[in-house]
Design a protein around this ligand. Structure first.
Ligand SMILES: Nc1ncnc2c1ncn2[C@@H]1O[C@H](COP(=O)(O)OP(=O)(O)OP(=O)(O)O)[C@@H](O)[C@H]1O
Ligand SMILES: [Mg+2]
Length: 315
């Protein structure tokens, strides 16, 4: 399987001015490393505010102006700089955005989904595809002529989803594609995402919905407070004993109690100097307080923990 996207040591911080004078840099993504291969779906799970959308926006080159970014992104082996991001955006790399505010309020949704075309032929082809995909999601022809404000929340989600699929991307970044959708549309979305994979494409699937991630993905990356703490194969999520990080284990163990939803807001708000999970960790070591473990590979699984073997391996 060839490598499609490589994110290496990505960090994102925002410069903010406290009380108008003091410059303060707040780090929201730290040393993030993740990769996606052709024919692979990688899910990203993490609670609200853990940096998932920022990762998506950095791949697309649409971060806000005050974001400071370090690290390297590569797409099909080429450095993915801002110029290349703009060239590929909406074509080889498509985004299903989390927010319906990404829709242009002044443009009818049919034309908006078709997007820019170089000539009439391309427009006709894309229009045919747009109709097929809209139809698939239950959006009949009258929807083409609606403006975004005339859509319900669920319809707007389906338009965003269709728009990304019309682009026929090699890499799809799906940022929470399913909330608010009826059960049938969720199943169709999962099927469409799996279809892309079956056609050799790669998908980064960002979601709060663990059941969607586990049904759809090949590998699952767990975000915690701007760090990737574990990337594991989906089959290992069936049993918490096969997971390595104490947070991932706790998360999966607690699922039935939490109605299979991620718990919100357990992440430290202050900048930490050691492991981001230190305060809550049942197997922490002294060194975890002031040292940040690196993301390391063990038998194809990535783990960021000094003590993931239940205290036996203090390396
Ligand atoms: N323009 C900005 N300026 C300052 N901080 C920002 C900015 N954009 C995002 N952040 C902060 O970055 C952190 C990560 O945001 P992000 O939107 O990536 O979270 P998320 O994991 O996608 O959350 P959710 O699950 O709620 O969508 C948040 O704490 C957020 O407040
Ligand atoms: Mg988000």
């Amino acid at each position: 399987m060839a490598n499609l996207l490589d994110v290496n040591n990505l960090s994102i911080s925002f410069t903010q001015y406290v009380q108008g004078l003091n410059r303060h840099d707040s780090k929201v993504i730290s040393d993030l490393t993740i990769d996606i291969n052709e024919s692979e779906i990688v899910a990203v799970l993490g609670s609200s505010g853990s940096g998932k959308s920022l990762l998506a926006h950095s791949i697309l080159g649409i971060l806000p102006y005050n974001a400071n970014v370090t690290g390297e992104l590569k797409y099909k082996g080429n450095v993915l700089d801002q110029e290349l991001k703009e060239k590929l955006r909406g074509k080889e790399i498509c985004l299903i955005p989390q927010s319906v505010n990404f829709l242009d309020p002044l443009m009818k949704v049919g034309e908006q989904a078709i997007g820019e075309c170089k000539d009439e032929n391309e427009h006709d082809e894309k229009q045919k595809r747009q109709r097929e995909i809209f139809e698939r999601y239950g959006l009949d022809e009258s929807v083409d002529d609606l403006y975004p404000f005339e859509l319900s929340g669920g319809m707007a989600r389906k338009v965003l989803l269709s728009t990304a699929l019309i682009g026929d991307p090699d890499l799809l970044i799906a940022d929470e594609p399913t909330p608010g959708l009826d059960a049938k549309s969720v199943e169709e979305t999962i099927e469409d995402i799996r279809n892309l994979k079956n056609h050799g494409k790669g998908v980064l699937l960002i979601t709060h919905e663990i059941d969607v991630a586990l049904k759809t993905a090949d590998r699952v990356a767990i975000f915690y407070s701007g760090y990737v703490i574990e990337i594991n194969h989906v089959e290992n999520f069936k049993n918490a004993d096969n997971l390595l990080h104490p947070y991932t284990k706790a998360l999966i163990d607690a699922l039935p109690r939490n109605g299979f939803k991620l718990k919100e807001g357990v992440q430290p708000l202050e900048e930490v100097h050691g492991c981001p999970y230190y305060e809550n960790c049942p197997i922490r070591l002294d060194k975890c307080e002031n040292n940040i473990p690196k993301l390391e590979e063990h038998d194809g699984i990535m783990i960021r923990c000094f003590n993931f073997k239940e205290g036996n391996d203090e390396s």
